[in-house]
Design a binder for this molecule. Structure first.
Ligand SMILES: *Cc1c(COP(=O)(O)O)cnc(C)c1O
Length: 502
């Protein structure tokens, strides 16, 4: 592990950056504007009478504030981003270049279709690739993210059941599922029932069969699951789900582990969302746009949301309403995230099918490399190799007084974004790492060496050091409960008594 311990010493960010409101002062300004002439109030007394409280700052203050904030933005472009379940991979710059081509970047959804034939052709081409990769006959491109895709998929399933005169009440979700799965089912008006895992970290087939009845609308599986394991009884699951007259939904957020190797349609999946912003390298995080197309089996096609691209008399067109009246409508303004479609197709075409297969193999290899580099110090809840992410539990921290949260905070001091922690919920003190295929061996060695150093310190019995972490970041530990329960979303000037107390 020597390669990682050498010269690169990432350190926490050292600059404190107050809110712009805390830096600004009334009366200061970045530009000189002439006094506003007195004008007649044409709003009939509705015009604002008090100042709106914008902070006053000089131009260099503003430039520095936003530049410093931009530098604090830990991103995949600044370092390895080990968040499990999120597939934080490099976003190739070629994708960016293509997304900015005027024919894709400068068009408007209200332009006449005859002027955007290329963009429509791109959407069709992307759909064709997604059909080929999933082994499923139809794609709805418009959902804006994974969770939105789940909801759209379940709405499609609900429409199908209702059309068959068989409105069902319940959706089954494994214990290990991402929180969005039960949330999406509940948003669709379904009751959610949990299915437990077996000792091997997979869905308990017996429990699934016992939970299936004629009131179950769908079973939502994530494969590979959030424990980083392939659901190897998926064919039996599919058979049981279909026998009960339910649909088999797959959360495809982890498709990066199997793309180019396994086609979910061949496994009996009826409906599945794809996170273009995970598997197909379009950027995500920080609230940027995602894209969560869904793939559908033949039986669900009549119930797919609009719009979709189809051949018309004068070329390609977007079908905006559904002639048969079975679809539940649209889920997004216009047609979805065009920029993400371009980036995803650029990624797919630049890799080719062999390149995609290589990428998923490398993602799995990298996760297993990290696992092998840490397995002697940390504890793995399940035996055997993992898929694209490696899951540790906190058994190795027993009696140290150090928690998984402490380890995550210690990672910040070492210049790393923390791993995913306490998810999946089924594993005690879970720590989930997903390096992705785009990390080099050197970068993986550095991560392993850093984590080994942190864990060795944890095992050396000085828990107090850990409870203080991060010490190199400008802020220490937050009161996370208060932050969740009482978020302060709007800055107000400190009250007079607080100012006096300072
Ligand atoms: C990321 C993720 C989701 C949700 O996707 P978003 O695009 O963030 O809405 C759902 N399930 C799993 C397993 C995920 O990793």
């Amino acid at each position: 592990m020597s390669a990682g311990t050498g010269a690169i010493r990432h350190r926490g960010l050292r600059f404190e950056e107050p809110l712009i409101f805390e830096q600004g002062a009334e009366g200061k300004t970045g530009v000189d504007l002439p006094d506003v002439p007195k004008i007649k109030d044409r709003l009939g007394g509705l015009a604002r009478k008090t100042p709106i409280g914008l902070p006053g700052l000089s131009e260099p203050q503003i430039v520095r504030h936003f530049t410093r904030l931009s530098q604090k933005n830990y991103a995949i472009d600044t370092g390895l981003y080990p968040l499990g379940s999120c597939t934080m991979k490099h976003n190739p710059r070629l994708n960016e270049k293509l997304a900015r081509l005027p024919g894709f970047g400068d068009i408007h959804p209200l332009q006449p279709e005859s002027t955007v034939q290329g963009a429509l052709a791109l959407m069709e081409r992307l759909s064709d690739w997604l059909k080929a990769l999933t082994g499923m006959p139809a794609i709805a491109l418009s959902p804006a993210a994974g969770a939105h895709g789940e909801w759209t998929g379940l709405m499609t399933i609900r429409s199908a059941h209702e059309a068959a005169g068989d409105a069902r009440k319940r959706v089954l979700v494994p214990d290990s599922a991402h929180g969005t799965n039960p949330a999406s089912a509940a948003m669709c008006g379904y009751e959610v029932a949990a299915v437990p895992l077996n000792a091997r970290g997979r869905v308990d087939l017996g429990a699934l069969k016992a939970a299936l009845d004629d009131d179950v609308a769908a079973f939502m599986l994530t494969n590979p699951n959030t424990c980083g394991l392939f659901e190897d009884e998926i064919l039996d699951q599919a058979e049981a789900v279909h026998e009960a007259g339910a649909y088999f939904y797959c959360d495809g957020a982890n498709f990066n582990a199997i793309v180019g190797r396994v086609r979910p349609g061949d496994l009996g999946i009826d409906c599945m969302h794809l996170n273009l912003h995970k598997t197909f390298s379009t950027p995500h995080g920080g609230g940027g746009p995602g894209s969560g197309p869904i793939a559908l089996c033949e039986a669900l096609v009549p119930f797919a949301p609009v719009p979709y691209v189809a051949e018309g008399p004068d070329g390609l067109r977007l079908v905006e309403s559904d002639a048969s009246g079975t679809a539940f409508g649209r889920v997004k303004g216009f047609h979805g995230q065009m920029g993400m479609f371009v980036r995803a197709l650029a990624y797919i075409l630049s890799h080719g099918i062999d390149g995609l297969r290589q990428a998923s193999s490398d993602a799995v290899l990298n996760a297993n490399y990290v696992s092998a580099g840490l397995a002697d110090l940390m504890s793995l809840p399940y035996e055997g190799p993992c898929m694209h992410e490696v899951l540790f539990d906190d058994a190795f921290l027993k009696d140290t007084g150090v928690t998984t949260l402490d380890l995550a905070k210690a990672m910040i001091d070492e210049g790393y974004h923390p791993a995913t922690i306490y998810f999946p919920l089924v594993v005690h003190g879970a720590l989930l790492l997903e390096p992705t295929e785009t990390e080099s061996k050197e970068s993986l060695d550095h991560l392993i060496a850093t984590l080994r150093r942190i864990v060795e310190r944890a095992l050396a019995g000085k828990p107090d050091e850990f409870h203080a972490a991060p010490v190199d970041a400008p802020r220490r530990r937050f009161d996370e409960t208060a932050a969740a329960r009482r978020p302060v979303l709007r800055w107000r000037p400190p009250a007079a008594e607080d100012r006096a107390a300072e």
